[in-house]
Design a protein around this ligand. Structure first.
Ligand code: AMP
Ligand code: GLY
Length: 423
């Protein structure tokens, strides 16, 4: 097949890498891709989605996979479908599950899906009254729209919560994305990332992963896009999976159908497990990054088949087969991440002599550029060292061993990825 992947991060690289390892050969195109996706296929640069859909038709693209949320919210799937193309991802209407937290919370409420008690409002006084009525702190304040993962404030006091609300509603904090806010109760538990691949009717659940959102060891410092992940996590059992299927995935798919926006694509379920009960923090409508980088290689089935069947309503005939091993991904970020950009730095990867390590690890490239025959670290999250093994510990040791073989000036990693599973 000719396959087009939209996006430029480690997530998109890992999807391409998994497809390039399939028995059947495929031709891969990335829009825009990064400095390393050129090793897997061809980068193209057409940013207008209508123009891109016409290019896809001209070039016999048989499957398009969308990595990030922005093109989905902007309606790339609708535009491609108008041209009769096969594309995996939600319509703009269904992508509102991520594009608007107010929409998402209202869907959860309407279909009785467990989530934190909340109000949504555009009115400051209403928000302040709700805050005054709350009996516990911390209090969580969220901007409605897309804020690149920064629109959530965990306020330690009522005053701090009010300050956050005022900053959002005035447009000062997040512009239009803060025109409406959610104020909700704080959930105390542990977080899971659960991914359901959906075709509007049917779904396939992948093994639960855990992300590490804070920049520093021990979950300290500011939030990032994610500094590492591992899967499958032992922190989930059959009871949690079955509650997520029955109380979350099924009612969401039925609900979205009822709303006239059937959900096709990756339903990324952000779960907080509180006293053994999975409570929904949020939905995203795409794979998590870095979670994708471990889930793609753990899948034994051809990844292209999963996405193709997802895009053509055939997931009822897809039986997921997972490798009997664990994956751990450690993000290597640049010096100033997540505060700002860093000077481009050349990436050197040592030759790996250890056969075990070589066969059970790889790099997934993200914020890199290829220039003058050199691979340069140019983004915030530069690459991921991914290790596999028969236990989380073995996988983690391999991921960190690989980290030791990768060099660029200012490289920064967390040293405790998967700690919750190894405590
Ligand atoms: P979100 O963008 O909604 O996933 O929020 C980002 C992060 O904030 C989540 O991954 C959680 O770590 C945290 N968070 C969001 N909502 C809550 C909540 N109600 N209680 C506790 N933590 C939360
Ligand atoms: N890893 C979290 C996210 O992709 O939003």
């Amino acid at each position: 097949m000719n396959i087009l992947i939209l996006g430029s991060g480690g997530r998109e690289y890992s999807i391409g890498l998994a497809i390039s390892k399939e028995k059947t050969q495929h031709n891969l195109y990335f829009m825009p891709g990064n400095g390393a996706t050129t090793q897997l296929g061809t980068n193209i640069n057409i940013t207008d989605y209508k123009e891109l859909s016409l290019w896809a038709k001209d070039n016999n693209i048989e499957l398009t996979i969308v990595g990030p949320e922005q093109p989905l919210v902007d309606g790339v799937v609708d535009i491609f479908k108008e041209e009769g193309l096969t594309i995996f991802g939600p319509s703009a209407a269904a992508a509102q599950l991520e594009g608007s937290k107010v929409y998402m919370k209202n869907i959860l409420k309407k279909y009785n899906i467990p989530t934190a008690a909340f109000i949504e409002t555009e009115n400051k006084d209403e928000a302040f009254n709700f805050i005054d009525s709350m009996t516990r702190t911390p209090i969580v304040v969220k901007a409605d729209g897309l804020c690149a993962g920064k629109g959530v404030i965990i306020a330690m006091s009522k005053d701090e919560a009010k300050e956050a609300v005022a900053g959002m509603l005035s447009g000062e904090s997040f512009g239009d994305a803060g025109n409406a806010v959610i104020v909700e109760e704080y959930l105390d538990g542990y977080e899971l990332s659960i991914f359901a691949i959906c075709d509007g009717e049917n779904y396939v659940v992948l093994p639960a992963a855990q992300d590490h959102k804070r920049i520093g060891d021990g979950d300290t410092g500011p939030n990032t896009g994610g500094m590492g992940a591992y899967a499958p996590t032992p922190l989930v059992n059959d009871d949690i999976y079955s509650k997520v299927e029955e109380n979350v995935i099924k009612p969401t798919l039925a609900g979205m159908k009822n709303e006239g926006a059937p959900f096709e694509g990756v339903l990324f379920i952000g779960v907080m497990v509180v006293d053994g009960e999975p409570i929904i923090l949020e939905y995203n409508v795409r794979f998590g990054d870095p979670e994708c980088e471990i889930l793609m290689p753990l899948l034994e089935n051809p990844v292209s088949e999963l996405f193709y069947k997802g895009a053509t309503k055939q997931l009822d005939t897809f039986v997921p087969k997972l490798k009997d091993e664990f994956g751990v991904a450690v993000v290597m970020a640049s010096a100033n991440y997540p505060y700002g950009s860093s000077e481009p730095a050349e990436i050197i990867v040592d030759e790996i002599h250890d056969v075990e390590l070589k066969e059970n690890s790889h790099i997934s490239y993200a914020g890199v550029t290829f220039e003058d025959d050199k691979l340069l670290a140019t983004g915030g999250r530069v690459l991921l060292c991914v290790g596999f093994g028969e236990s989380i510990e073995v996988a983690r040791n391999r991921a960190y061993a690989l980290c030791g073989q990768v060099h660029f000036s200012g490289k920064k990693i967390r040293t405790d990825i998967a700690y919750q599973a190894l405590k």
